[in-house]
Ligand binder design. Structure first.
Ligand code: ATP
Length: 360
C-alpha cells in the first residue's frame, strides 16, 4: 500500500503540487512555515476526511479559494486505485471519488489508506483523555474487523438517542427496549476491543523493549463498566442517576487502554522524551500488527520528530519502518537531521513557500 502520486490544489499554502513518491521513504525538507506539515496534513486528509490540526475545515482551504482538491494514485502489489477528495468552502460538502466513481464514503478511503501519524502533539495518546486511546484501539478494529465500523456507528447512534430520551422520559419502561439493543452492541464492541488489545499486547511489549529497554511497559484494557456486570442490568440500575446527569454515565464510551511503566501510570513517571519514544513505539507496533495479521502495510507520517530523538533512536525507528515495508513521509528543517534515517532507496523533496520539488 503506497501513494505513488499525489496532486494537491488549494490546500493551505499548497496551491498546485504534483508529486511522485517513493514507495519507501520520502523526506520533506524546508524552513518553518514552508508547507511540510501541510503536505502531511493533505495525505492524512485523504485517508481520514479530516485534519489532524484543524477542526474547522474552511481554515484549511487556501485563502480566498472556493475549495481544495486532493488526488492520489494508490498502489498495492498488482492493484491500483485512483482516489479524489474535494471540500467546498460554501456549503461544506465533501465529494469523494474512487476510480472515478461518485458516491463513496470517507470510510472507503480510510480502508484503502491505513495510516499512522507521529507528531509531537500526538503525546495526547499518553497524557490526554481516554478518548485518544479509544481512537487508537478503534483504528485497529476498523482495519482488522469488517463489521466493526457499522457496529460502532450504530452504538454511537443508540447512545445519542438514549441521552436525548433521558431528558424527556420519567419512566424506565420506555427506554428498556432500546437498552436491550444498546447492550448487545456494547458487549460486541467491548469484546472486539478486548480481543484486539490482547492481540496487540505482545507486539507493543516487544517494540517497547527496543525503544525503552530501561522500562517495563505494561498495558491494560478497561471496557468502561465493571466487567462482571451485564450492561443491560447496569443501564436499568443507573437509570435515575443517568436521568439526573442527562447522559449515560458508564459504558463503552468510557473505555480506556492504559499504559504503565514499572507499574506506574506513564504520564506520571516518564520524561517527555520517554513519552515520545513510547508513543512512537505504540504507533509502530500497531502498524506492524496490521502488516503481520492482514499483510497490509501502513503509511507512516512523521512530522518534525527526528529532531527530538537521539541518533540511535532515529536509526532504530528508520530500521523498523524499513522492515515493516511501510511507505514513510518524514519532515525536517534540515537534511542533517535525517542523516541517521536514510535507507538506500529514498526520495528527498525541498519545500519552499508552498512549492515542493524533488532533489537530486
Ligand atoms: N488556509 C490557508 N491558506 C493559505 N496558507 C495557509 C493557510 N493555512 C495556513 N497557511 C500557511 O501555510 C504555511 C504552511 O505551514 P506548515 O505548517 O505546513 O509549515 P511547516 O513547513 O510544517 O513549518 P514548521 O517547520 O514551522 O512546522 C504557513 O505559512 C501558514 O501560515
Amino acid at each position: 500500500m503506497a501513494i505513488s502520486r499525489l496532486i494537491v490544489e488549494h490546500f493551505r499554502n499548497l496551491n498546485a503540487v504534483d508529486l511522485e513518491f517513493d514507495h519507501g521513504f520520502n523526506f520533506l525538507v524546508g524552513n518553518n512555515g514552508s508547507g511540510k506539515t501541510s503536505l502531511l496534513e493533505s495525505i492524512f486528509y485523504l485517508g481520514h476526511g479530516r485534519s489532524f490540526k484543524s477542526a474547522v475545515t474552511t481554515r484549511i482551504i487556501s485563502y480566498e479559494q472556493p475549495h481544495f482538491t486532493l488526488h492520489g494514485r494508490i498502489q498495492e502489489s498488482q492493484h491500483q486505485w485512483s482516489v479524489g477528495l474535494q471540500k467546498h468552502r460554501k456549503d461544506g460538502t465533501t465529494i469523494v471519488k474512487i476510480n472515478g466513481e461518485d458516491g463513496n464514503k470517507i470510510a472507503d478511503l480510510a480502508h484503502l489508506l491505513p495510516m499512522q501519524i507521529i507528531t509531537p502533539e500526538g503525546l495526547t495518546l499518553l497524557n490526554g483523555g481516554p478518548a485518544y486511546r479509544r481512537a487508537f484501539l478503534d483504528w485497529g478494529l476498523f482495519h482488522h474487523h469488517p463489521s466493526f465500523h457499522s457496529a460502532w456507528s450504530a452504538l454511537n447512534r443508540f447512545l445519542k438517542q438514549r441521552n436525548a430520551a433521558l431528558q424527556q422520559t420519567y419512566d424506565y419502561s420506555s427506554l428498556k427496549i432500546w437498552d436491550v439493543e444498546l447492550a448487545k452492541l456494547a458487549h460486541q464492541v467491548s469484546q472486539w476491543r478486548a480481543e484486539y488489545a490482547e492481540a496487540l499486547r505482545p507486539e507493543i511489549e516487544q517494540t517497547c523493549q527496543l525503544f525503552l529497554p530501561e522500562l517495563e511497559i505494561s498495558v491494560s484494557f478497561h471496557q468502561g463498566w465493571d466487567k462482571n456486570t451485564e450492561y443491560a442490568d447496569l443501564l436499568r440500575e443507573n437509570f435515575e442517576r443517568d436521568k439526573h446527569l442527562g447522559y449515560t454515565f458508564s459504558g463503552p464510551q468510557k473505555a480506556d487502554f492504559r499504559f504503565k511503566a514499572n507499574g506506574l501510570p506513564v504520564e506520571d513517571v516518564l520524561s517527555r522524551g520517554q513519552l515520545k519514544l513510547l508513543m512512537c513505539a505504540l504507533r509502530l507496533a500497531q502498524g506492524e500488527h496490521l502488516m503481520h495479521e492482514k499483510e497490509r502495510p501502513c503509511i507512516f507520517l512523521i512530522d518534525d520528530f527526528a529532531s527530538e530523538l537521539d541518533q540511535n533512536k532515529r536509526a532504530l525507528l528508520a530500521e523498523r519502518l524499513q522492515q515493516s515495508q511501510s511507505q514513510v513521509f518524514v519532515t525536517a528543517i534540515t537534511a542533517d537531521q535525517l542523516k541517521q534515517m536514510q535507507p538506500e532507496k529514498h526520495r528527498t523533496f525541498a519545500v519552499q513557500e508552498g512549492k515542493i520539488s524533488p532533489l537530486g
